[in-house]
Design a protein around this ligand. Structure first.
Ligand SMILES: Nc1ncnc2c1ncn2[C@@H]1O[C@H](COP(=O)(O)OP(=O)(O)O)[C@@H](O)[C@H]1O
Ligand SMILES: [Mg+2]
Length: 243
């Protein structure tokens, strides 16, 4: 009997005889959790997340989402599965010839929301991700952080219980990264389960959420960093010179 919201049991992805995407992962995630996946390039972060969106299939083990076994999930059922998740792509993936509000509206209409309801929902979503003041801008007129906020807004059109963001801050400066992480944490406070992969180890250490550290397709640590005692992330040290 499986009771976790997400459960990986001995899950491996073997891309080819010599390439393991992930190697025997065991992992449980409960509804309402916020989980960071960190690790160097090639460590298996994207593979771990893409199993849930079914962009990748596991080659062994068992995977459950919301009590459903995803092993041998039918291709034709993938759109139904994805309707219950918000996916934030790394490059924001906005339609360049549509304004901010039109990007959100388009996504709402695409899932069948009636025109009038969509108009109202667009405003709610833009406010939720704090970008309403840029509603009439085109993506090319936005900063990287603003684009990513719209991308997160677009991922919310289904009111998904699960939000998956694979390196959402990869192209952002540290200040914008913190802004995006704060937004994701706020959405988590409102009840959404949030899974985020990132390179930004130091930032993640400061945010006191569960951190799963991958290396060569395996989980090496899985805990919540503490900032007790004298711990300071390396970039927080300020060299004051000899005295
Ligand atoms: N579509 C693919 N085909 C073959 N190998 C892949 C594919 N995607 C990822 N890999 C390999 O799987 C391993 C894990 O990759 P990935 O999950 O993308 O790691 P990360 O997101 O941490 O950078 C790497 O060795 C990578 O080269
Ligand atoms: Mg990746």
């Amino acid at each position: 009997m499986n009771t976790s919201f997400i459960q990986y049991e001995d899950v491996s992805v073997q891309y080819s005889p010599y390439v393991m995407g992930i190697d025997n992962i065991n992992l449980s995630i409960e509804q309402g959790e916020f989980v960071f996946f960190i690790g160097p390039t090639g460590s298996g972060k994207s593979t771990t997340l893409k199993l849930l969106t079914r962009e990748v299939e596991h080659t062994s083990g068992h995977l459950w989402l919301s009590g459903k076994l995803l092993d041998h999930w039918k291709e034709s059922s993938i759109p139904i599965l994805r309707r219950n998740m918000g996916i934030v792509p790394q490059n924001c993936g906005l339609l360049p010839n549509k304004k901010v509000w039109e990007n959100i509206n388009y996504a709402l209409r695409a899932i069948g929301v009636p025109r009038r309801t969509a108009r109202k929902r667009v405003i709610e979503i833009l406010e939720q991700v704090n970008i309403a003041q840029r509603a009439d801008a085109y993506p090319s007129e936005l900063s990287g952080g603003e684009k990513q906020r719209v991308a997160i807004g677009r991922a919310l059109v289904n009111n998904p219980p699960l939000l998956i963001a694979d390196e959402p801050t990869a192209n952002l400066d540290p200040e914008c990264s913190l802004d995006i992480m704060s937004l994701l944490m706020r959405l988590n406070d409102e009840g959404t389960t949030v899974l985020v992969s990132t390179h930004e180890h130091h930032l993640v250490t400061m945010l006191k959420k569960r951190v799963i550290n991958l290396s060569r397709g395996k989980i090496v640590t899985d805990d919540v960093p503490s900032l007790d005692n004298n711990y300071l992330a390396p970039e927080m040290y300020v060299y004051s010179g000899p005295n």
